[in-house]
Design a binder for this molecule. Structure first.
Ligand code: PMP
Length: 451
């Protein structure tokens, strides 16, 4: 297309966008990138500019862009059976539920929905009803951590521990309590890892005691806080939380929406810590973002309680689209390819390589801390390494826009915690090559040198 026609097409699209679109996170984005093509770990905008997608979209395009096999799986399934509700069954959901149970290395029953938020809502309802079925209807409270993100619906947002995201929407669902995160770089208890008593984990024990164990249904957490700033817990943290939950008869829900689907270098993030959760929620990477699908997997013993006589023998929850056949067929193919191409091991290796290349930035005066978990990385920017004063939003936004000018898209720990807008995030697709990693780190180094 001649350049003039191309400019005209883009202007027309932008005009239509401004008139009709309500963008996520903002009603008005006057100049959005219009992304048109993709391959591997790279996307192309309408002007033909290529960008390395350092965030896999929203932490989801795990396998990488442009996989024909996934398109074929959805296409073939749509021709055979485009839709049927999961009050009955269909072949792709059956196979996918088995595959997810295999990845979880335990006996789980899998309930399908459409988004991570919904998967967490399902987990909350399962947990409350599980206790009610067993004669403890008073267990309705949930404990999560400050800085965590668990979704945008009224329950999942209530579990979220980021004040700015909640403002304007409160009151949210009642019954959600928060404890401080295991944030060793800025320990909420003023301690240093190695000489602390895991006060952050004990806070959960204390809260259960203060609230009364007989009122607490479950604890929900990500294996590593991702969107809240890549807060990686010490190795003993999750096992300790598991122990505390067991002591009080409280269920442990692990939100694997980001850390699952191979992202952590294991099938699921919690497998790095040797704990077995009661309920696991997942979304994003299970379809690598190609179609919407999420799942809530409950240990078989928990699901079995719903078969026993109780106040409400059925799990009274359904949704129209959850477990759509094409989405399930695609997810199954996605997980099979991740397995057969060794992409979980690859994610682990890429994570190590990225972390060691980033070590060259460690002495920069604005780099306070670099944290990684599998193929996820967070770079915490500070104004001063001694005081650890977080970098001002302008500086962080400048880094992001300078990276973009050089063809690199990265994320940040959104403006979700007042004063803490300062963590750059990276979670590239598993299709990333060593050459791509080199590019990514070179761009960051170049931008940091100009800070
Ligand atoms: N849990 C976590 C940990 C997430 O990161 C997200 C989304 N960023 C969600 C839940 C919610 O998922 P969704 O946007 O698909 O509703």
């Amino acid at each position: 297309m001649p350049a003039n026609d191309q400019d005209h097409e883009k202007e027309t699209l932008l005009e239509t966008d401004r008139t009709h679109m309500w963008h996520h996170m903002s009603p008005y984005n006057p100049n959005p990138m219009i992304v048109t093509e993709s391959q591997g770990s790279w996307i192309t905008d309408i002007d033909g500019n290529r960008y390395f997608d350092g965030m896999s979209g929203l932490w989801c395009v795990n396998i990488g862009y442009g996989r024909q096999e996934l398109a074929d799986a959805a296409y073939e399934q749509m021709k055979a059976l485009a839709y049927f509700p999961l009050t009955q069954s269909h072949v792709p959901a059956i196979h996918l539920s088995k595959k997810i149970s295999e990845w979880l290395a335990g006996e789980y029953r899998v309930f399908f929905s459409n988004s991570g938020s919904e998967a967490n809502e399902v987990a909350f309802k399962m947990a409350r009803q599980y206790h009610a079925q067993r004669g403890e209807p008073g267990r309705y409270k949930f404990i999560s951590r400050y800085r965590a993100y668990h979704g945008n619906t009224m329950g999942a947002l209530a579990a979220t521990g980021q004040a700015v995201r909640k403002q304007s929407y409160e009151p949210l669902a009642p019954g959600f309590k928060h404890v401080p995160p295991p944030y060793c770089y800025r320990c909420p208890y003023g301690k240093t890892y190695g000489s602390c008593n895991m006060e952050c984990a004990n806070a959960i024990d204390e809260m259960i005691n203060w609230e009364g164990a007989e009122t607490v249904a479950a604890v929900i957490m990500e294996p590593t806080i991702t969107g809240g700033g890549v807060i990686v817990p010490p190795p003993e943290y999750l096992p300790k939380v598991r122990e505390i939950c067991d002591k009080h008869g409280v269920l442990l829900i692990l939100d694997e929406v980001i850390c699952g689907a191979g992202r952590s270098g294991r099938p699921f993030g919690h497998q790095n810590f040797g704990v077995q959760p009661d309920i696991v929620t997942m979304a994003k990477g299970i379809t690598s973002g190609y179609l919407p699908l999420s799942a809530t997997a409950a240990r078989a013993e928990i699901a079995d309680v719903f078969l026993e006589p109780g106040p409400n023998q059925h799990f009274r929850h359904l949704n129209t689209f959850g477990g759509n056949p094409a989405a399930c067929a695609l997810a199954l193919r996605n997980l099979e390819l991740i397995e057969s191409e060794g992409l979980i091991e690859r994610a682990e290796q890429l994570g190590h390589d990225l972390r060691s290349k980033l070590a060259t930035l460690e002495n920069h005066p604005n780099v306070g801390d670099i944290r990684s978990f599998g193929f996820i990385c967070g770079i915490e920017l500070v104004e001063d390494r001694t005081s650890k004063a977080p970098s001002a939003p302008d500086r962080v936004l400048k880094v992001i826009s300078e990276c973009k000018k050089r063809g690199l898209l990265i994320g940040r720990n959104g403006d979700t915690i007042p004063g803490f807008n300062n963590i750059l995030t990276l979670a590239p697709p598993f299709s990333t090559t060593e050459e791509d990693l080199e590019f990514l780190v070179n761009v960051l180094r170049d931008v940091f040198e100009q800070l």
